[in-house]
Design a protein around this ligand. Structure first.
Ligand code: TRP
Length: 329
């Protein structure tokens, strides 16, 4: 029985946090066992918003891969590769651009949302095409399943429409390109220290690469139930971000903590100090492996170089099929 082909990617923007770890990377690590897995450093996607700071993108990519590896992504059982090192992706992007109505791209919620958030200077041609480029990433590897967060589902839906249009126009009754399926993780949204979704841009993230003291300070500054002012006050664990994070750091303790919080017996200060310890213990093996990969940059480079060569071989085959279908031979 052949394994499904799984493809996913991440922009090298730095600062991977525990939301990435529990929401994405643990799932990627599992896919190394159960699927034929492809993980992409989406450096071109980073340029769609970060084009003015190429140094930052360049500096982030090996560090990001080191975190993936530290989190358990197995380079012997997956392909880790650089998007810009697979020029077939850019070529497919140009070909598919011919059949994608601008209105489809404009209607993707993240397009207007991001321009509102980041300003009009990111309203480039490339940024408008972001979800098309993402579809090209997937299509060129024949990705069937795409593990992503909830915020990416609209991109996948658009990608599926583009594939249908391509196959309809050029497939001659065949599916030249595959419609990819999103796979949501078990922990789709991890709250940050302020209770909003954890994100580096909200400054509410707990970074995988932080040291233990920094993590402890971050946890101490976390918001809890605002109605629970002092120990003894009854708390509401269901609205507390610390409680939400306990869920994956130590699920066995959840019931006990919920009961002690509700009764007032457990104060937020004590809960946070216990949680900081549990979180640091949970992160310790990942941080130790990260230090090893940081100390062996050559090994990380080799993994990326070999993975990129493998990815290119697959991409070249898909491009051949696409060009044949489009009569570009
Ligand atoms: N857009 C994705 C994100 O911001 C990153 C990404 C780029 C991606 N190419 C991809 C994810 C292909 C899945 C498949 O998280």
């Amino acid at each position: 029985m052949s394994k499904p082909r799984v493809m996913s990617g991440m922009r090298p923007t730095g600062g991977l946090h525990i939301g990435h770890l529990v929401g994405v990377l643990t799932q990627w690590a599992n896919f190394c066992e159960t699927a034929e897995a492809f993980f992409e450093i989406a450096d071109l996607h980073a340029y769609t918003t970060g084009f003015a700071d190429p140094e930052a993108i360049r500096a982030a990519r090996e560090e990001m891969v080191s975190v993936w590896l530290a989190a358990g992504v197995d380079p012997a059982r997956s392909t880790i590769y650089l998007q810009s090192g697979v020029p077939e992706i850019a070529e497919l992007h140009t070909l598919l651009a011919m059949i994608v109505p601008v209105s489809w791209l404009e209607r993707v919620p993240s397009y207007k949302g991001q321009i509102e958030a980041l300003g009009n200077q990111i309203a480039t041609y490339g940024f408008l095409g972001y979800p098309l480029l993402q579809l090209c990433d997937i299509a060129v590897m024949r990705g069937e399943r795409v593990p992503v967060g909830r915020d990416q589902v609209a991109h996948l839906e658009l990608g599926r429409e583009i594939v249908r249009r391509f196959n309809h126009l050029y497939g001659d009754g065949r599916d030249v390109l595959i419609e990819p399926q999103p796979t949501l993780s078990e922990f789709p949204e991890v709250p940050g220290t302020d209770g909003r979704k954890m994100s580096k841009s909200y400054d509410n993230a707990i970074l995988i690469a932080d040291d233990e003291d920094t993590t402890t300070k971050r946890v101490r500054a976390m918001l809890t139930d605002p109605q629970k002012v002092r120990r003894g006050d009854p708390g509401r664990p269901e609205i507390c971000p610390v409680f939400a994070l306990w869920k994956f750091v130590n699920p066995q303790r959840l019931d006990g903590i919920a009961a002690a919080c509700r009764s007032g017996e457990l104060g937020c200060v004590q809960d946070k100090s216990e949680f900081a310890e549990a979180l640091n213990a949970y992160l310790r093996p990942v941080r130790e492996r990260l230090a090893e990969y940081r100390g062996d940059r050559a090994a990380v480079d080799r993994i990326i170089t070999e993975g990129t060569a493998h990815a290119r071989e697959i991409a070249a085959g898909v491009l051949r099929d696409v060009k044949r279908a489009m009569k570009l031979t």
